[in-house]
Design a protein. Sequence first.
Length: 206
Amino acid sequence: MQPIITIVIASRNKGKKVEIQELLKGYPVKIKTLDELGPVPEIEENGKTFEENAYQKASSIARILGLPALADDSGLVVEALDGRPGVHSARYAGEDATDRQRCLKLLGEMEGRANRSAAFECVISVAVPSGAALTYEGKCEGLIAQRAAGSGGFGYDPIFFFPSTGKTFAEMTAEEKNSVSHRGKALRDLCTEFEKVLIWIRRHMP
């Protein structure tokens, strides 16, 4: 029987842990969040791309804790705004802004613009303490709605319209959203290759 590998999610979000645990059910892994491993310094996210930020978080946590770590970075890329808010999606309306304030700011910037094309992008990085890492990406293309709709999800979900369903992400059930979302795609790619990922982790762990 293979020894169980502990993988740290570079997050304090319990929902993320439950989601990843569910996807990796049956594999010899134990998933832990930062809150379960004592005080860990905040990792600064100053990368210019989602990939840089995901790698920064995963590799820093792996080095600090001496365990393999998984981190993701994602955001909304709007064509008419030259890719904004992009890596600044969470801080777009200021550090302490609410999801509603971020959505309103973006809708204000999109007023009168005919091109509503946008995409949610996600990059997942799995890193070991030596700094080596694997990368998985997911992308979901849609449109910026004219107004917010729906009460589910979080972030920009109420204004991200997915044409084939006729709904915003905030109007979808969790299952509907996960089946098409950027994070769902990146996580499924990771899960599809997880046997190889485990072999890679064992090779690279001291």
